[in-house]
Design a protein around this ligand. Structure first.
Ligand code: 9B3
Ligand code: ZN
Ligand code: ZN
Length: 408
């Protein structure tokens, strides 16, 4: 049964963690920004990132009062509009990269892109999902220089963060179009190959288009519980399943049965392990909250190259602010967003990919995961600025170190 998503609600109390709840009466949909309280019983629900989500019924008789404020009373309409927008609406002047796309459209786009750029784009099958969907990465290789370094970018770990796959598509398009046009992009692509995985969680992404727009996890069915899905960004082997993750399968931050228990996270981990000598930069794209995060999220300890990483995210945020007048906060995940174990960026850093980051794209909560298509362009440009800033800085460092090695 499809979960009914009613609106965006922000909890204004500090009550118990919510596990059961009941649908809101329709009359409470309007009245934006006013306070409400309701009694909620016997429905699985979650309050995460300011979003109240109601899904399947759960046994038991748990009820409590929930205090909340309506953030977006017309969420249903917004969701419907964003899906309609996928088929080219002649009235909207939006191009392909200014819209959200179904999983099928993204697979078509991957094939088309590889066909259109046979000399520079290769499709790599890095694995497959629980429901046996392929995990395709694109390898962008703009010239054949020997011993090129590489950058990895993954999108769509979390199903509902639609701006993330949209960024991966935009990034590939921009790279192919602006190589030899944009100076920074040319320099970057001359020096490194880029692997782009547009949708790391295809089962979840598909599910957000068909059943539940607010779905986060993959679609692993846990035997013996009514609950589905592992949080792929809690499933990596970095202080796995300690504080900030949950071993309760119904939780939105369920860590899975063991590290890399999920085919999606295992596929990415295997690929990174076998390419760790060339991959210098790891980037994972999420939303929302406008943050440029660096290791660690899984401990309060500082990464051994903390100051180097901090300088990079700081400069990236400054550039975004200068060019787009938008604010991004930055720093180690544990201190900037929350303490959370099992994330891909921390794991990649521990593997030896020293320049490892997670970006949280637009916005800061107005639309949250329901970022309107008209904001895609701006969000992507900001993230691109951060990617360029970081990649150029890494190149500068490795060039400095190779030339100093040469002079010894
Ligand atoms: C979480 C972790 Cl565990 C990490 N290593 N880096 C970033 C985050 C934040 C994202 C998450 O998975 O909660 C934000 Se959607
Ligand atoms: Zn995320
Ligand atoms: Zn997020």
């Amino acid at each position: 049964m499809a979960a009914r998503f009613i609106g965006l609600y922000q909890r204004t109390d500090s009550g118990p963690p919510l596990r059961s709840c009941k649908q809101l009466p329709d009359g409470q949909r309007s009245a934006a920004q006013t306070q409400h309280h309701i009694r909620v019983c016997n429905k699985a629900a979650a309050v995460l990132s300011g979003v109240l989500r109601m899904s399947q019924s759960v046994p038991g008789k748990l009820c409590w009062f929930l205090h909340f404020r309506v953030m977006l009373s017309n969420a249903d309409e917004i969701i419907e509009m964003q899906m309609r927008n996928d088929s080219t609406d002649p009235r909207s002047g939006a191009t392909f990269y200014q819209r959200y796309h179904t999983l099928e459209d993204i697979y078509d786009w991957i094939n088309r892109t590889a066909k259109d750029y046979p000399n520079t784009v290769k499709v790599i099958l890095v694995g497959s999902s629980h429901e046996k969907r392929p995990l395709y990465a694109l390898k962008l290789s703009l010239n054949n220089r020997p011993n090129k370094k590489a950058m990895w970018i993954d999108c769509g770990i979390h199903a509902r963060e639609w701006i993330s796959p949209a960024f991966c598509l935009f990034f590939v398009h921009y790279s192919l179009l602006f190589y030899n046009q944009n100076q920074a992009m040319t320099q970057i692509l001359d020096n490194m190959d880029v692997y782009v995985l547009p949708v790391m969680n295809p089962d979840g992404y598909k599910y957000t288009w068909t059943n539940d727009r607010m779905w986060r996890k993959n679609r692993f069915p846990k035997k013996g519980t009514p609950c589905i899905g592992v949080d792929l960004n809690r499933n990596f082997d970095a202080n796995w399943c300690t504080r900030g993750a949950s071993d309760y399968p119904c939780s939105e931050i369920y860590c899975g049965a063991f590290p890399e228990s999920e085919p999606e996270s295992q596929a990415v981990a295997n690929f990174l392990r076998s390419h760790k000598d060339s991959i210098q930069i790891y980037l994972s794209i999420h939303s929302y909250s406008q943050m440029l995060l660096m290791p660690y999220s899984c401990t309060m300890d500082e990464a051994e190259n903390h100051s180097e990483l901090y300088e990079m995210v700081k400069q990236a945020a400054e550039n975004i602010r200068r060019y787009y007048r938008n604010i991004y906060t930055y720093g180690p995940g544990a201190k900037t967003i929350y303490l959370a174990p099992g994330g891909s960026d921390d794991w990649a850093h521990m593997l030896g990919i020293k320049y490892s980051f997670t970006f949280e794209l637009q916005d800061r909560g107005r639309y949250g995961f329901l970022l309107p298509p008209s904001h895609i362009q701006g969000a992507c440009n900001e993230a691109l600025t951060a990617v360029k800033t970081i990649a150029l800085k890494v190149m500068e460092k490795s060039q400095a170190s190779t030339s100093s090695r040469q002079t010894v």
